[in-house]
Design a binder for this molecule. Structure first.
Ligand SMILES: [Zn+2]
Length: 88
């Protein structure tokens, strides 16, 4: 073995039911808070319906997660426990 081959989602999210959730835009380092598209969402702890898991395709499943940002309403990009997750 040369190291831990698990993905960040597997390391930091899999098996968890209580996770820190933040809007991906708010969490982004690339958007200045004074920009109009910036989002003020603060990280919050949420409870999932079932433990998070990563399927064979590497997709993370977060049952009961918020479907959109409570501040800016975007439904595409979030961070859970600091792991960026995109939803197509
Ligand atoms: Zn947001």
């Amino acid at each position: 073995m040369t190291g831990d081959l698990r993905s960040p989602a597997e390391k930091h999210l899999a098996g968890e039911t209580e996770v820190e959730f933040q809007c991906g835009i708010a969490a982004s380092d690339h958007i200045d808070p004074s920009e109009p598209e910036a989002c003020p969402h603060e990280p919050e702890t949420i409870e999932l319906d079932e433990p998070a898991y990563v399927d064979e395709n590497g997709r993370i499943h977060l049952s009961g997660r918020p479907v959109e940002c409570p501040e800016c309403g975007q439904p595409f990009e979030f961070e859970f426990n600091g792991v960026r997750v995109m939803f197509p």
